[in-house]
Ligand binder design. Structure first.
Ligand code: SAM
Length: 383
C-alpha cells in the first residue's frame, strides 16, 4: 500500500506515507478497524493545554466551516477528571480558531458528521486525529442481513489470515450463520478489495484527490477475478440463516461464485456433516454458552458430538474454532495445537487449532477409557 510501518501500538499500527497510502489502507485492509490521520500532538497537563493544542492545528486546510463536526476523546491513564470537559475544550479550540479566521464555525453533529476528530490522551501527551474511514472498516457495504451473533468482517478476515488459509485449500464453515467468514474468504480468493462497495470519510476532506481515488478504485475493480478457483462451503442448521448468507454473498458481488458452486451455502447439521474433500480447513465460530443463557449444557454436548464426527470423518483436516469458552478442548476431548487470544467485540475469545489425525478417535477413546478407569480408582490399561 506504499505505507511505511513505524511501530505496532496498542490495538493498532503506526504508519506513515502519502495520502494515497491512507486511501489504499482504507480500500484494501481486511483487518483494520479504521484509519486515522494524526494532525497534531503534544504534551498536556490540563484542559487549557488541550485547548491550545486543538487551536494550533490548521483544521481550515482540511475542512470548511460548512461541514459538520464531531469530536471524541479516548484516554489511557489520563489524570484529567472529566473527559466530557476535555472534549468540550478541544471542540472550543477548533471552533474558536475557525471563527477567528473566517467568522464562521462548523456545527457539531453527533450522528452523521462530515468530519470526525478523535483525540487520544495518554498520561502526559495528547494525539489529535482526523478519522479517514468514517464508518468502521468492518462495514464492507454488503451486510443487510444478520444471523445470530455475526462476526465482524475484519475479525473473520483475521481468523482466515491467522489460520494460514489460502484459496487453493478447500474451506468449510459448519456453523456459517450469515456467512461472514466465507464471504471474506471468497472475496480474498476473487481479489475483491473489501472497501470497493462503500464510501469513506476522506472523500469529504478538502485535500481529497478525486482523480487519484477514482484511479485506485478502478484498478481494484479491474483486478477482481470472478472466476477464481476455490472450494468454499458453508453449512448451518438453520435454513433461514442459510438464506441470509446467500443474500449477503450476492450483495458482496459473489453471484458468479454461487452460480458455479465454488461457493456453496447449504443447510446441514455439524454433528453429521461430511467433509467436502480429502484434506482441507475448517474455520468457524460455533455457538458458545455465553451467547445463549443460561450457559447451555446442550451446546457442550453438541460440541462433543461435533468432535466425534470430526475425529471419525475428517482425518487430515485442520480445524480452527473461535470460542469464548475456554473449556472447548475438554468438551471436544481434543488437545489444541495452538490457541490465540482474540476479542470478539468486548468478549475475550480463543482461536483454537485442532489437527485431525487419522485414528484420533481410537486414541481418544482409549484415553477416555483410562480417564474413566482412573476416576473409578481402577488401574488403567495401556493400549
Ligand atoms: C455464532 S453463530 C455463527 C455466526 C457466523 N460466524 C456469522 O458471522 O454470522 C453459530 C451458528 O451455529 C448454528 N448452529 C447451531 N447448532 C448447529 C449445528 N448442530 N449444526 C450446524 N449449525 C448449528 C446457529 O444456527 C448459528 O447460526
Amino acid at each position: 500500500m506504499g505505507a511505511k510501518i513505524h511501530a505496532p501500538v496498542a490495538g493498532g499500527v503506526d504508519f506513515g506515507g502519502t495520502l494515497a497510502s491512507a486511501y489504499a489502507a482504507n480500500l484494501h485492509s481486511r483487518i483494520a478497524s479504521r484509519v486515522l490521520w494524526r494532525v497534531g500532538q503534544g504534551g498536556y497537563r490540563n484542559e487549557a493545554d488541550l485547548y491550545d493544542l486543538a487551536r494550533a492545528v490548521a483544521w481550515e486546510q482540511e475542512f470548511s466551516t460548512d461541514q459538520t463536526l464531531r469530536v471524541d476523546v479516548t484516554a489511557h491513564r489520563s489524570p484529567l477528571r472529566s473527559l466530557q470537559f476535555a472534549t468540550l475544550r478541544i471542540k472550543d479550540g477548533i471552533v474558536d480558531r475557525a471563527r477567528e479566521r473566517s467568522g464562521a464555525r462548523p456545527s457539531i453533529e453527533r450522528s452523521q458528521p462530515d468530519v470526525q476528530v478523535l483525540v487520544h490522551l495518554k498520561e502526559q501527551s495528547a494525539q489529535l486525529y482526523i478519522d479517514l474511514s468514517g464508518e468502521g472498516l468492518f462495514k464492507r457495504g454488503w451486510r443487510a442481513e444478520k444471523g445470530e451473533a455475526p462476526l465482524k468482517e475484519n475479525l473473520a478476515a483475521a481468523l482466515l489470515m491467522l489460520s494460514g488459509w489460502t484459496p487453493q485449500k478447500p474451506l468449510l464453515d459448519p456453523f456459517c450463520g450469515s456467512g461472514t467468514i466465507l464471504i471474506e474468504a471468497a472475496s480474498m480468493a476473487t481479489g475483491r478489495a473489501p472497501g470497493l462497495q462503500r464510501h469513506f470519510a476522506f472523500e469529504k476532506l478538502r485535500g481529497f484527490d478525486r482523480a487519484a481515488w477514482s484511479l485506485m478504485r478502478q484498478k481494484a475493480r479491474d483486478s477482481v477475478d470472478d472466476r477464481a478457483m476455490m472450494q468454499i462451503v458453508g453449512r448451518d442448521i438453520s435454513t433461514h440463516v442459510i438464506e441470509l448468507a446467500i443474500a449477503n454473498a450476492r450483495r458482496a458481488g459473489l453471484e458468479m461464485a454461487l452460480q458455479n458452486r465454488s461457493l456453496v451455502f447449504e443447510a446441514g447439521d455439524a454433528r453429521t456433516g461430511e467433509p467436502i474433500a480429502d484434506h482441507g480447513m475448517i474455520v468457524t465460530n460455533p455457538p458458545y454458552g455465553e451467547q445463549s443463557s443460561p450457559k447451555s449444557a446442550s451446546v457442550e454436548s453438541m460440541m462433543a458430538d461435533v468432535a466425534a464426527q470430526l475425529k471419525r470423518k475428517f482425518p487430515g483436516w485442520q480445524a480452527w474454532l473461535l470460542s469464548a469458552d475456554r473449556s472447548l478442548p475438554q468438551q471436544m476431548r481434543l488437545r489444541e495445537s495452538s490457541k490465540t487470544v482474540l476479542f470478539n467485540g468486548p468478549l475475550e475469545c480463543r482461536l483454537f487449532r485442532f489437527d485431525m489425525v487419522a485414528g484420533s478417535m481410537r486414541r481418544q477413546s482409549a484415553k477416555e477409557r483410562n480417564a474413566r478407569a482412573q476416576k473409578l480408582g481402577k488401574q488403567s490399561t495401556p493400549e
